[in-house]
Design a protein. Structure first.
Length: 335
């Protein structure tokens, strides 16, 4: 007959797993990734990205990712298809390396403008990108100033939407006076421009534009709603691609008697002929952030580039520590 063990001698052991953060960068914007790593006080893990002779991308992480909280930073700059595919490959490699949780950090979310069908027989490519990220194995996505807030609904997983507003507003408070007008370059930016005007305690104006049917990268600014004559106008947009929208708005503001005109945007896509248009437009200053790399040939005298590394770094820290991301922005990081 077996003797029952003394229950008093049986000890319960509580194992507290070690939490590890792994920060990985793609090749699209290593300077931003390094700035984020510096802000967090961590080192970037090496993904050893290389290409085979036919252009296929290979990835192999130097260190073990087993049980790690992995953040893969890749902004979707041009060529967007290459940078997006590179991020998907890194996600797949991290998943197969037994990472505990994988977060795709996309400072600029590629294909964000194709978020709905405006005519028949068109794709909704922003949804396709969401499907590919989820199929690759991401558990969470972090991005800055989406073109449209509805993109968050394309994901069946947590999505942290960050905004560069604190950086841009801080710059305005430091460099401009009180008599300014925040101007939305089109109706789609009114909500964002109104938030800026409330934070800065200034007036709001709107440029009404139309886009000729069946055209791309062509706009016509019709008229200004609001008082801009003799005042310092700040045009706020989420991105500057070919600069047709923001330059057309600036020309109309100038014709309406604006004293000084600035352009501010989060994403400096700067597709040709954006640089030439911005130089020729009546801007005394163009302020953007570093969510996208800006080649030297697209730099010009009135261009100012602000860093969002601290914002993204704080968000990564909040995700890793399971604390609130929205508190970083006072709950005002909704698109």
């Amino acid at each position: 007959m077996t003797t029952s063990p003394d229950l008093a001698s049986v000890r319960s052991v509580e194992v507290i797993p070690t939490r590890r953060l792994a920060l990985v960068s793609g090749r699209s914007h290593p300077e931003l990734s390094e700035a984020i790593a510096d802000h967090l006080g961590v080192s970037l893990s090496n993904a050893n990205l290389r290409e085979f002779a036919n252009g296929e991308v290979h990835c192999r992480f130097d260190n073990s990712l087993r049980g790690s909280d992995v953040f893969i930073i890749q902004t979707h700059c041009g060529p967007v298809n290459d940078t997006l595919m590179e991020q998907l490959i890194m996600v797949d490699a991290a998943k197969r390396a037994s990472a505990k949780r994988i977060t795709a950090v996309c400072p600029y979310y590629g294909y964000s403008r194709q978020d709905r069908k405006s005519t028949g027989r068109e794709p909704i490519t922003a949804k396709l990108v969401a499907d590919m990220l989820q199929a690759a194995g991401v558990d969470r996505v972090v991005s800055v100033d989406l073109h449209s807030g509805q993109i968050q609904g394309f994901f069946d997983l947590p999505f942290d939407h960050l905004t560069a507003a604190p950086v841009l507003e801080g710059y305005l408070k430091k460099h401009v006076g009180s008599d300014i007008v925040v101007v939305a370059p089109d109706a789609g930016r009114v909500k964002v421009a109104e938030r800026y005007s409330q934070h800065l305690g200034c007036d709001l104006a709107l440029v009404h534009k139309t886009r000729p049917r069946g055209t791309m990268n062509q706009v016509e600014a019709r008229h200004v709603v609001g008082e801009v004559a003799g005042r310092h106008c700040i045009l706020i947009d989420d991105m500057i691609d070919t600069a047709s929208t923001i330059c057309a708005a600036a020309e109309l503001l100038s014709q309406s008697g604006a004293k000084d005109i600035w352009a501010m945007a989060t994403h400096a896509v700067l597709s040709d002929p954006a640089t030439a248009r911005l130089k020729a437009a009546p801007f005394s200053r163009v302020v953007v952030t570093d969510t996208l790399p800006i080649p030297s040939e697209h730099e010009f005298d009135t261009l100012e580039v602000l860093s969002v590394a601290s914002i993204i770094g704080d968000a990564i820290d909040a995700v890793f520590e399971d604390t609130s991301v929205s508190e970083i922005f006072g709950g005002e990081n909704l698109a």
